[in-house]
Design a protein around this ligand. Structure first.
Ligand SMILES: [Zn+2]
Length: 94
């Protein structure tokens, strides 16, 4: 379709109001921010990550155990956000 100069804009499957990009879906989507706010609060961190670098850097000053727990939560959150995205995407196709 792109060769034929059709413009394909995919809407975010979680909020349906923004164009879907990796960064939007995983970090800046209003629905995704709710997940990051909860996870960040578990670690006493009030700011939510804005990208993967932010997410990784957020726990650099802490003990190895806390860093490992944080990384596990980041990976798990990304997987769950992706699953929710796919579920909503498939639901919208029916
Ligand atoms: Zn969104």
């Amino acid at each position: 379709m792109r060769r034929r100069q059709f413009s394909i804009v995919s809407r975010c499957a979680l909020c349906a109001s923004e164009e879907e990009s990796r960064n939007h879906l995983l970090y800046t989507c209003r629905e995704t921010k709710k997940v990051w706010l909860i996870v960040s609060n578990w670690f006493g961190h009030l700011a939510t990550p804005k990208n993967i670098e932010d997410a990784i850097a957020a726990r650099k000053k802490h003990s190895p155990l806390i860093k490992q727990l944080w990384q596990a939560c980041v990976i798990s959150s990304i997987v769950q956000i992706w699953k929710a995205r796919n579920k909503n995407f498939m639901r919208s196709r029916i």
